[in-house]
Write a protein that binds this ligand. Structure first.
Ligand code: OXD
Ligand code: MN
Length: 590
């Protein structure tokens, strides 16, 4: 098989560079998983969770300097710098390889090189892509087994895909941030990652292939790779309306994707198709169809509990890898709010650094970006269509961010072009998912700032082009679950109650919900939101739906230098929408 021979040749080159003691081809079997886990238990890299409470589940503590994606060390290596754009760090491919090759030279001496063929996308899907990761981390292999379809399904697809595969070379190196590089070569469809074992840096199928390289391919080939959850909203007639949602990291994507509807007895239910990534293609019916390329969740643990996300709790109840959470004396995971309201762990809990938490009162017990890796098939709300080879048809895109002020609970863009502008201007307060300061507003267009593998200006241009190619483009909405009152209290209950906002969107899509036209888009009329049974005063609702002229003028002004950076790459239509917003704000009464 030429495909497999090419795979073997690539691995041989990688081995010549890195000089492993041993090469192990992984098949993705349960037996292999148990063997690797057994090795990590034996050498102290992993702990076994309580077998009764969390069967077949393990805890891994990463190096304390390696706990989140490192965007400053992530590069897009294209021939032309302008193709990477101001949204990315850039190195010329030749320079990048010259700089980083020496770090790979001999790095696997004394180590095993694991060769992992994996599939992103449902088995048999024409949209599925074959990845090949070589890595010296058994932890990475075990995570890939959960988050991708590993082994035979990938080799089977290789033939169907004409032998095409996307290689990635990974080594934890010496874990020094000074020698850490996450390099993407979109023109070669290649990833090199060294110096980190952390999820988004090291599981190359996820952010590296399925977003950064895939967004580039989508641009060249006429499809889209987005940082989006995919959910299905079932209405009382039994019909399911599918939506894609783009929120910056750690802003509740997983919670929304797995929402448990408090209105289930009235027939409203949410199905989960994916919680992080969507690949979208125009279908013959003029709609966009989405597949989730992943096979599992790599979710943020803190805050997850049976009140905020019972489906996530069920998903992680077995066959799960926990990373950087606390470990209770009876070997259960611990993080803040693992029980609603619980802020302190049981006595004797070991913190994520491996010490009794009582001895380190200033250290977090679980790292704020601690994670669970769990099979998607274990999610009780997983959609019966989550592995449909053609995907599911998308009727809405939801953009969102974490904003204490400015953005109302929900609004709808006037049309596709305006919606692209709404996504392009998105801002959100930063979280712990990436290193850096938490809580400052940063522009994160379509939640793709860390993941767009090319110039963001060209990316917006691609969105505009896609809109012209689809006869029935999704409606575009923006939400903000995080608006606060002047005393710093959240105005909206969030979590399951967000279904009421999805229902309003459903009403807009199907022509049954009212809205008022404002300077920024269509905002719900107070009685178009179903708030039955919720204790929300009309004053609070008013605050949630307010468009404050001065806040928005400030927002507009903040966007000026942001859009300005893109120069000639900024599509005229986005610039025009920005000007049109200014005119509408000017026309608003004081
Ligand atoms: C993730 C992220 O891990 O966006 O999904 O950081
Ligand atoms: Mn993500």
């Amino acid at each position: 098989m030429p495909g497999t021979a090419a795979l073997a040749a690539w691995v041989e080159d990688a081995a010549r560079l890195t000089r492993p003691d041993k090469i192990v081809w992984c098949d993705g079997s349960e037996e292999e998983y148990q063997r690797l886990v057994g090795e990590m238990l034996a050498n102290g890299q992993m702990d076994r969770m309580n077998e009764d409470a969390y069967p077949n589940s393990y805890l891994y503590r990463s190096n304390p300097n390696d706990v989140a994606r490192t965007e400053g060390l992530t590069f897009i290596c294209t021939e032309r710098e302008e193709d990477a754009g101001p949204n990315n760090n850039w190195m010329a491919p030749k320079d990048a390889k010259e700089k980083v090759r020496p770090l790979f030279e001999g790095v696997m001496r004394g180590r095993t090189m694991y060769v992992v063929p994996y599939l992103m996308g449902p088995v048999g899907s024409p949209h599925a892509k074959v990845g090949l990761e070589v890595t010296d981390s058994a932890y990475v292999v075990c995570n890939l087994r959960i988050t991708t379809r590993m082994g035979q399904p990938a080799l089977d697809q290789l033939e169907k895909n004409g032998g095409e595969f996307f290689p990635g070379l990974h080594s934890v190196g010496d874990l020094s941030p000074d020698r850490r590089f996450i390099l993407h070569f979109p023109e070669e469809k290649l990833v090199w990652s060294i110096g980190s074992g952390y999820g988004g840096n090291a599981l190359l199928g996820k952010k590296c292939l399925s977003l950064r390289l895939a967004s580039w391919m989508g641009w060249k080939e006429g499809w889209m790779a987005e940082h989006m959850l995919i959910l299905g909203l079932q209405d009382p007639s039994g019909n399911v309306t599918y939506m894609g949602g783009a929120f910056p990291s750690a802003c509740g994507k997983t919670n929304l994707a797995m929402l448990v509807s408090p209105l289930a007895d009235q027939g409203w239910k949410v199905w989960t198709v994916g919680d992080d990534i969507a690949w979208l293609r125009p279908g013959p019916d003029g709609r966009l169809w989405a597949v989730n390329p992943e096979n599992g969740f790599f979710g943020v643990a803190p805050g997850t509990n049976n009140a905020t996300n019972p489906n996530a709790m069920a998903s992680l109840s077995k066959n799960t890898i926990f990373t950087n959470v606390g470990l209770t004396p009876d070997h259960r995971p611990w993080w803040p709010e693992i029980q609603p309201g619980e802020k302190t762990p049981p006595a004797g809990t070991i913190n994520w650094l491996g010490h009794p938490f009582e001895e380190q009162p200033d250290a977090a017990v679980a790292h704020p970006n601690s994670r669970f890796t769990a099979p998607a098939s274990q999610c009780p709300s997983i959609s019966p269509h989550w592995e449909d080879p053609q995907g599911v048809p998308i009727s809405a895109f939801i953009f969102g961010g974490r904003r204490a002020r400015v953005a109302p609970l929900v609004y709808q863009a006037f049309n596709w072009q305006h919606g692209v502008f709404v996504g392009a201007g998105m801002g959100s307060e930063t979280t712990a998912a990436a290193t850096g300061k938490v809580g400052v507003v940063r522009r994160d267009p379509m939640a793709m700032k860390p993941f767009c593998g090319y110039n963001m200006g060209d990316y917006w241009g691609h969105w505009l082009t896609m809109g012209k190619q689809i006869a029935n483009p999704p409606a575009i909405f923006h939400v903000n679950w995080f608006r606060k009152d002047d005393d710093g209290h959240f105005l909206w209950p969030g979590f399951g109650q967000n279904v009421r906002v999805l229902m309003w969107m459903h009403g807009r899509i199907h022509g049954t919900a009212d809205a008022r036209e404002t300077a920024i888009g269509y905002v719900p009329t107070p009685d178009s939101l179903d708030l039955d049974g919720l204790d929300i005063s009309s004053k609070t609702l008013g605050q949630l739906l307010t468009i404050d002229k001065h806040d928005w003028e400030q927002e507009w002004t903040d966007q000026v230098p942001f859009f300005g950076q893109f120069g000639d790459h900024l599509p005229a239509a986005v610039a025009a929408e920005h000007q049109a917003l200014k005119r509408r704000l000017d026309a608003m009464p004081e």
